[in-house]
Write a new protein. Structure first.
Length: 277
């Protein structure tokens, strides 16, 4: 899989775009009413139990508006925090803190939300089964969302379409599963090959071919158990398809090596955070 990097330059440039979205073309006309020479100190507080992430994004949001703003981090990315916990303090000119506030909180609440949701799945799945994300991410935010998944204890699936072969139902519907897998094996050049099946008949057609992972999609528990039992000795096994917090424990108990969950990136609720003066 492509290596995910969140360098200082990447974070800084991403935050610049977000600030420009907020401030173009006339700046913060409301915060401009506040006297710029007033120095305040505010607390960044979590209003709920959460896994915190995105602190460097918040730090850059404030520093790009005003280099003199002091952003003191009290909790590290990936830390579990209780409701009412102090996460960071911010000190500087009131006007400039108010200008950067929403951009900082948006990054923090979104990244923390994904990390928190991922961690809920991870705890339920147990130590023997990995939780991984998918490509169901907001365009141009994939690297940030996959970073958040890692903070929550999850793992990353392929980053883009060239990372590995993933032969899915729509590929199979337009061709033949065995011939597609054979062609991928012939052309793999070091790439992993994952093959999606939605019934045991498809699985039996490809057993013995030299690929890496069987992805069981939208299977009931009975068939999933049977499929894992057949495939386990040959391949890594994965389950997917509308798996939620109520069903993930049961799915993990079938013995699958990993479970992919699209909702941890596309539907994670934001963590409730506030800046308290």
């Amino acid at each position: 899989m492509s290596k995910i990097k969140l360098s200082e330059n990447f974070i800084r440039n991403t935050v610049k775009l977000a600030l420009n979205e907020d401030l173009f073309p006339s700046g913060d006309i409301t915060s401009n009413l506040v006297k710029n020479n007033k120095i305040i100190k505010v607390k960044l507080i979590s209003n709920q139990d959460a896994i915190i992430g995105g602190l460097l994004f918040a730090k850059h949001a404030f520093s790009l508006v005003d280099k003199k703003i002091k952003f003191l981090i009290k909790k590290k990315d990936g830390s579990f925090v209780k409701k009412k916990s102090l996460i960071a303090t911010v000190q500087g000119k009131a006007q400039n803190i108010l200008i950067a506030e929403r951009v900082a909180l948006n990054y923090l609440s979104h990244i923390s939300g994904i990390a928190t949701k991922t961690n809920q799945f991870v705890k339920l799945a147990g130590k023997k089964c990995k939780i991984c994300c998918t490509r169901k991410t907001i365009p141009n935010l994939r690297v940030i969302q996959k970073y958040a998944v890692k903070l929550g204890g999850g793992t990353n699936h392929r980053f883009n379409l060239s990372d590995e072969y993933l032969i899915k139902d729509n590929h199979i519907a337009s061709s033949n599963i065995k011939s597609l897998v054979s062609l991928a094996i012939k052309n793999k050049r070091g790439k992993k090959i994952t093959v999606e099946v939605d019934n045991l008949k498809q699985l039996k057609q490809i057993i013995g071919l030299k690929f890496n992972t069987v992805l069981f999609d939208n299977m009931n528990i009975k068939n999933l158990k049977a499929g894992v039992k057949i495939a386990k000795r040959y391949y890594e096994t994965e389950a997917s398809g509308n798996i939620n917090l109520k069903t993930v424990k049961t799915v993990a108990a079938t013995g699958v090596d990993r479970i992919s969950v699209g909702s941890i990136t596309h539907s994670a609720p934001a963590v409730d955070l506030k800046l308290e003066i």
